[in-house]
Ligand binder design. Structure first.
Ligand SMILES: Cc1cc2nc3c(=O)[nH]c(=O)nc-3n(C[C@H](O)[C@H](O)[C@H](O)COP(=O)(O)OP(=O)(O)OC[C@H]3O[C@@H](n4cnc5c(N)ncnc54)[C@H](O)[C@@H]3O)c2cc1C
Length: 304
């Protein structure tokens, strides 16, 4: 069987594209590793999504998923590992399945950047995490270190302060990059900030026990890595061009890539501003242009 459209990704861009596609009454499939995308890493409430003065990321993700599931669209929790085009697009998942479609929207966003140091892989889930909202409450009365002194690092520190007995931010640069306001709040909350700290290793026996940086060490039961996010479009490399950040280059009006019928929307593309509401807007737009592509290039009869 051939779908009209396959959407890859269950973050704000993919979910919105899914809702719009279902409303076009086309045969659409959404494949995603998980729902919510980067919103899952948001440690404090979201304050800039219209309609909600403040909303927790967990609640917004839940609302997005419920809204999508209320529509007539097939959804599968599978990771996409390959994308090619023969007569139709061929989308391969980590379960070894191949799904075919007439158009594809890639909405795979970005993943947390890794430190690539000793101990990072070994202690993942054993004290080391990339997701404060998922794992923060596990560190009640424990000492935690946050690696990364940007806005996300500071938000994470303030969130963890509710649980942890001591919170330290380690920033590699000579100064932190968070807003003045959040830095002041962090100081008031007694968060320890160390700059010029290059983290070299995470150590412990079964769980994290210490973080080695420069020639020093800090004792901690928890480590949260907050050094940014990066896109990964490697599964689509045969069909798209990417820029030096690894973002898929698209037509800024339609979000179509260099391959006709293949769109990239949200944080995965080379658009400059990365926000939830922007990803939603791009998802809607990509879905409408994908629909245009379908009606221009295929018999309307083939569309339900
Ligand atoms: C810590 C943090 C705080 C933020 N705070 C805010 C904020 O307050 N307000 C705001 O507007 N924006 C905020 N942002 C930015 C916002 O979260 C992103 O701009 C937005 O989530 C991008 O949406 P997206 O759908 O393009 O990608 P993502 O949210 O990254 O979603 C990508 C989706 O694709 C799936 N996926 C990835 N690879 C594959 C694959 N190979 N196969 C199948 N599925 C795959 C993922 O599971 C995920 O569901 C924040 C980001 C971070 C990291």
């Amino acid at each position: 069987m051939v779908y009209d459209l396959i959407i890859i990704g269950g973050g704000p861009a993919g979910v919105t594209a899914g809702i719009y596609s279902a409303r076009q009454r086309i045969k659409a499939l959404l494949l995603t590793k998980s729902f919510g995308g980067q919103m899952v890493h948001k440690a404090v409430e979201i304050e800039n999504y219209p309609g909600f003065e403040k909303i927790s990321s967990i609640e917004l993700i839940d609302r997005f998923e419920k809204h999508l599931r209320s529509k007539d669209i097939e959804i599968k929790n599978e990771k996409v590992v390959g994308l090619d085009k023969k007569e139709f697009f061929e989308v391969v998942t980590d379960e070894g399945k191949t799904f075919r479609s007439r158009a594809v929207i890639v909405a795979t966003g970005a993943e947390p950047k890794r430190l690539n140091i000793k101990g990072e892989k070994e202690f993942l889930g054993k004290g080391l995490s990339y997701c404060p909202t998922c794992d923060g409450p596990l560190f009640s009365k424990k000492r935690v270190v946050i690696i990364g002194g940007g806005e996300a690092g500071f938000e994470t520190a303030l969130f963890l302060r509710k649980y942890a007995s001591a919170v330290t931010i380690l920033e590699r640069g000579e100064k932190v990059f968070a807003s003045q306001e959040i830095q002041e709040r962090a100081k008031k909350e007694g968060i320890n900030i160390i700059t010029g700290a290059t983290v070299k290793e995470i150590k412990g026996k079964d769980f994290v026990e210490e973080v080695l940086y420069n020639d020093e060490s800090i004792a901690a039961e928890g480590v949260f890595v907050q050094i940014g996010h990066a896109p990964d479009a490697s599964f689509a490399k045969n069909l798209v061009d990417v820029n030096d950040k690894g973002e898929i280059i698209v037509d800024p009006e339609t979000y179509e890539t260099r391959t006709k019928g293949l769109f990239a929307t949200g944080d995965i593309n080379n658009g400059r501003m990365k926000q939830i509401v922007i990803a939603c807007g791009e998802g809607a737009r990509a879905a409408l242009f994908a629909y245009n592509h379908l009606i221009k290039n295929y018999e309307l009869d083939s569309i339900n």
